[in-house]
Design a protein around this ligand. Sequence first.
Ligand SMILES: [Fe+2]
Ligand SMILES: [Fe+2]
Length: 312
Amino acid sequence: MRLLFIGDIVGKPGRDLLRQGLPGLVECHQIDFVIANAENSAGGFGITREIGEQILDLGVDVMTSGNHIWDKKEALDYIGTEPRLLRPANYPAGVPGNGGYLARSRDGRSVGVISLMGRVFMLNIDDPFSVVLREIDRLRERARIIFVDFHAEATSEKLAMGWYLDGKVSAVVGTHTHVQTADERILPKGTAYLTDAGMTGPHDSIIGVEVEAALGRFLTALPARFETATANPRLNAVIVEADDRTGLATDIERIQYSADELHDLGRSVLDTPERSARGARERERISAAAGSPARVLGGLGCPSGVGHRANK
Ligand SMILES: [Fe+2]
Ligand SMILES: [Fe+2]
């Protein structure tokens, strides 16, 4: 099973990247199941029903979230009607929505997804370490493959969760900082780990916000209206391959694509490459442009953007 997890989708630039790039990514990287963090998908703050439906229509199977999930008030109602939208599982009892979901891939395989939030430099909600074990137990009866999005600020807390769940889930991948880390690995007992998947949105920004406004807050401490930036949109994500029998990871690869790279990727794999000479030339061109890190999957040239991979 090959899972694609997309780092926090920020506003329209993030959604546009998804629209433009997801079909090509799924095809090129032979993805079976797509998870995306959608906590910033509506103007950088929260999610609406309309935007949630758009993201699902684009091919995302399950949406995770974090501290921004409630920024748009309608999320309180929406989450009660859409089980494929998760809020962190360790919000106190009685909060709308769920933090875990048992899904099925297009070919009928079960996948468990858990959304979880850290407490260091964040809201003091319930203990994520005890809550996650309950969620795993609940999903384990039906799914070998379990993916955990740990939405947290502190690297130490994220690493602690990775080691805590090593051997118990397929992957622990962090979100929230909006900056992709370079520490992808498979832990000794078989859990894929990455401290932060990064952000799918405008990268000429301060974690998605216009530089002037966010910098001004640091310089003056005065309140400022934060607008989502637009420049340099990039998709940040990670691909985890897990063994269907054991649920443990066999490969992890983090990826980053600019809008142009996604466009080229889509053209190369979706223009019926086997049948089109133009498609073949495109594949060659993209592989050459990507240089040595380019990998070949299923006979298709499929560059990783500037990402890297580590396998067992
Ligand atoms: Fe975020
Ligand atoms: Fe967050």
